[in-house]
Design a protein around this ligand. Structure first.
Ligand SMILES: [Zn+2]
Length: 380
């Protein structure tokens, strides 16, 4: 590596320290065969994986990727021939070895649009309806890509988004993938991106180097929201409920603050008041959302968790940004109604329900248990 030229880019600055580690890996010529990028949801792991792939394929002889060479340009468009993306797809009845031809035209169109969006915003999460696992076909196709195609320059990179979803069901996908990790083709790097490293096969984890991502800073989220022209009135509320999760910030970006406050108040009331009719409505709605629109489920639960956290802080007279919104009134009321309850335990219950989603458990049952357990906590 001859000259020392650091090219600044606004995206990698979201994970400054992690990016410096990645640069060190590349510049010491110690690039491994397999990595696990794990850390909280919405912390930029997928985007940094893409930038790592770009770095390893950049044609300029500089410390960081150059942004201007033909390879970098193709990378920016997420159309690089050396980079293969694996991600959850809906299960298909068609028996074909080609994963994309196995999905419907509508889903294929969705994938195309999602990648276009992601190329413009690396925080964008690619999510197809009913795509709850990584398909065996995808790994079979990957095998062909790795063993049957040659590359003229650079390094083949396989980026697996939501890689814990390989372990779903019979784990046949995970086993097929494990074989690839066990006999990695030369000049190839696998990057397994996940919010749930514990759900990966231990045999898989042991073959990978781990890169842990911290939560994004509030100041980064705030500047990002300002750049996206978020309503200044909603800014504090958005920063508070995102809790360093950029996907959540993006999800709520177009909500009016009044609607966010209404949503949270409604969720608090439905999950904490024992009312059979409301409970039934809540269980029906959120088991459906869990199956059809997981991100929505996560962001709604995240907002609810933040409310409980903020309320437990208020109880101890600790400041939290959510207390600077009109939600403070119902926090105070709640505290006076439940003076002895440990609200941190409610947060644990919400997290347990969230984690059940990626384990593909029966969500109606999970939510019933959650509501009963929350009642127990509030009664004590
Ligand atoms: Zn370049």
């Amino acid at each position: 590596m001859a000259e020392k030229k650091i090219v600044l880019s606004s995206f990698i600055s979201c994970q400054d320290a992690t990016w410096r580690k990645i640069l060190a890996i590349k510049n010491s010529n110690k690039v491994g065969n397999a990595y696990i990028f794990s850390g909280p949801r919405g912390s930029g792991k997928e985007g940094i994986a893409i930038k790592f792939a770009q770095l390893l394929n950049c044609e300029a002889n500089v410390m960081d990727y150059c942004q201007v060479c033909p390879s970098c340009k193709r990378c920016d468009k997420l159309e690089h021939e050396n980079i293969k993306f694996i991600f959850p797809l809906p299960t298909s009845s068609k028996n074909t070895s080609d994963d994309l031809s196995a999905i419907s035209t509508k889903d294929a169109e969705h994938v195309k649009n999602a990648f276009l969006k992601k190329s413009k915003n690396l925080f964008h999460k690619i999510r197809l309806p009913k795509a709850n696992k990584i398909l065996l076909q995808s790994v079979r196709q990957l095998r062909k890509f790795l063993y049957l195609t040659t590359q003229s320059h650079g390094r083949k990179i396989v980026i697996v988004f939501d890689s814990h979803l390989m372990s779903t069901g019979q784990a046949e996908t995970a086993n097929a993938f494990l074989k690839l990790l066990e006999e990695p083709p030369s000049n190839t790097t696998f990057i397994l991106v996940t919010d749930y490293p514990d759900h990966l096969l231990a045999t898989m984890v042991s073959r990978c180097q781990k890169v842990n991502f911290p939560t994004l800073s509030e100041s980064y989220i705030r500047s990002w929201l300002m750049e996206k022209k978020a309503d200044p009135i909603s800014l504090n509320l958005l920063v508070a409920i995102s809790r360093g999760n950029m996907q959540s910030a993006e999800f709520f970006l177009n909500y009016k603050s009044k609607d966010i406050i209404e949503l949270i108040s409604d969720l608090v009331s439905k999950t904490t008041r024992k009312n059979p009719e409301n409970w039934r409505a809540f269980i029906n709605e959120y088991s459906r959302v869990a199956a059809q629109d997981r991100p929505k489920f996560f962001y709604h639960f995240m907002a609810l968790k933040v409310w409980f956290l903020s309320t437990s802080f208020l109880k101890k007279s600790i400041d939290h940004p959510l207390q600077n919104t009109s939600l403070k009134v119902n926090m105070e009321k709640f505290i006076s109604e439940h003076p002895e309850s440990d609200l941190a335990k409610v947060v644990v219950e919400l997290e347990k329900a969230e984690n059940s989603i990626s384990l593909n458990l029966n969500m109606s049952l999970v939510l019933v248990n959650m509501l009963i357990n929350i009642q127990g906590i509030l009664k004590s």
